[in-house]
Each structure stands twice: as structure tokens, then as C-alpha cells.
Write a protein that binds this ligand. Structure first.
Ligand code: IPD
Ligand code: CA
Ligand code: CA
Length: 238
């Protein structure tokens, strides 16, 4: 469905600001998952980005947290660097998640306690490079504005990267291509699936403050390999 849309003009609408976009493809992909869940698991609830009617106030029972296209701006501008993100939480605990990089045809999946996979191949926990100095950092400007010392962390690191799709930034850290990803304002659907996969690969995932992420609220996000996490929290996130 997404690839077929590449050949035509998209219907693009803006949401909270001129770079917060939704297209008819985002809505159609979410509607597809919604139909599948309703048909196969009628008692499960759905928490999807594009279906505002479904504002949840609790995570009781089974809840599917869905971002039909994470990185819509990239989808519109680049036709790459975006992903589908689907997670199943039960009583607030992340049980299963998939992040699908459509253009690369890379399907990351993770199940709590059972490891993580990419296109069916088990992913191994990465050998972590020594300190921050040996790791690429992924961060957005808002995170640096919130914690100005992060500018020093970036300088101390191996370099700065940003791809523009939170779930894929998480996968970059989980797969060992970067040491950490820091963001100031992510929604539950941006991180729900990616968190499960990253944790299965040994990453630590919290708010920038070190608090647990509550999957009902937007907020900051930090995913990192343990020693990079410690270094960032103790020196730069003050
Ligand atoms: C966005 C992307 C982006 C992040 C934004 C998100 P969307 O998701 O993940 O990388 O910086 O905060 O909203 O809106 O394209 O699904
Ligand atoms: Ca998103
Ligand atoms: Ca989205």
C-alpha cells in the first residue's frame, strides 16, 4: 500500500504545526491494522496515532500501540527513512513489537524475554564500544535545548546523527550503529515497539530524567547501551 503510493500525489494535511503531517496513506495503514485487530482480537484496544477518538486513559488489558508511518515528513519528502511501528502491551507491559523499515525491507521484531530479530534472523547483543568518545550519538535540537550540556556530549562523542524517524533511531542504537538516541518530545506510538526491541538487545530506555516511560503520555526519551547511558546521565543530563 505504501509503495504503491510512491507513484501518485499524496493528500497531505498538517496537524500541530507545518511539519507535523498526515497523509491518506498514514490513515489507510492504521485503518488496515485496526481492521485486523478488531477482526482477530475484538476485545483488544487500539491506541493509534491517527485515530484521536481512541484517547486512552489506562493501559489495562491488551492494547495495540500503532504508528502507521513513523517519519511521515521523510515519507513525504524522501520516500525513505520511515517505518511502521506496531506494539502489543498487556497491563502496561510491552510484550511484542515490530518496526518495519519499508524502503529497506527490514523488519525488526522483539518479544519480551525472547530476544529480537531482523527479517527472521536473531539479533545478538552488540559488543559495546568503550565510552561516549567511541560512539555516534543521535539527538534532536529540542533535547539539547532542554539539557544544554548535551552540546558537550555531542562534542565528546564520535559524531552526531539524526534520521528523522524515532523508531529507526531506536533501531540504530539497538543494532549497535550508535551509542544513544536522545529526544525531547516523543509520543507513545513513536517508541512503544522500538523500546521492546531495544530492551531485548540490552539497551536501557527511560525519559531523559531517568524516569520510566509512561506509555499514555508524550515526553522525553533516552535509549542507550548501558555504559553510554550511565555516562550521559551522570555527566550531561543534569
Ligand atoms: C515523528 C518522528 C520524528 C520525531 C517526531 C515524531 P511522525 O513521528 O518519529 O523523528 O522527532 O517527534 O513525531 O509524526 O512522523 O509519526
Ligand atoms: Ca511517529
Ligand atoms: Ca506517524
Amino acid at each position: 500500500m505504501i509503495e504503491a503510493s510512491f507513484a501518485r500525489d499524496l493528500l497531505i494535511e498538517t496537524k500541530s504545526n507545518r511539519n507535523d503531517l498526515v497523509t491518506e496513506v498514514d490513515q489507510a495503514v492504521e485503518a488496515l491494522f485496526t481492521r485486523y485487530v478488531n477482526k482477530n482480537f475484538p476485545e483488544h484496544r487500539i491506541f493509534g496515532e491517527e485515530n484521536a477518538a481512541h484517547k486512552l486513559t489506562t493501559l489495562d488489558g491488551p492494547v495495540w500501540i500503532i504508528d502507521p508511518i513513523d517519519g511521515t515528513l521523510n515519507f513525504v519528502e524522501q520516500k525513505r527513512n520511515f517505518a511502521i511501528s506496531v506494539a502489543l502491551y498487556i497491563e502496561g507491559v510491552g510484550e511484542f513489537g515490530v518496526v518495519y523499515d519499508v524502503e529497506k525491507d527490514e523488519l525488526y521484531s522483539g518479544e519480551r524475554g525472547n530476544g529480537a530479530y531482523m527479517n527472521g534472523e536473531k539479533l545478538l547483543q552488540v559488543e559495546t564500544k568503550e565510552g561516549l568518545a567511541d560512539n555516534l550519538l543521535i539527538a534532536n535540537v529540542s533535547a539539547v535545548k532542554l539539557y544544554p550540556k548535551l552540546a558537550d556530549a555531542i562534542e565528546a562523542s564520535r559524531g552526531l546523527r539524526l534520521y528523522g524517524a524515532a523508531s529507526l533511531e531506536y533501531m540504530a542504537v539497538a543494532a549497535g550503529r550508535a551509542g544513544a538516541y536522545l529526544s525531547a518530545n516523543l509520543a507513545p506510538w513513536d517508541v512503544a515497539a522500538a523500546k521492546i526491541i531495544a530492551e531485548e538487545l540490552g539497551c536501557v530506555v527511560t525519559r531523559l530524567s531517568g524516569e520510566e516511560i509512561n506509555m499514555l503520555e508524550k515526553g522525553t526519551s533516552l535509549v542507550a547501551m548501558p555504559h553510554v547511558y550511565e555516562e550521559l546521565r551522570s555527566t550531561y543530563l543534569k
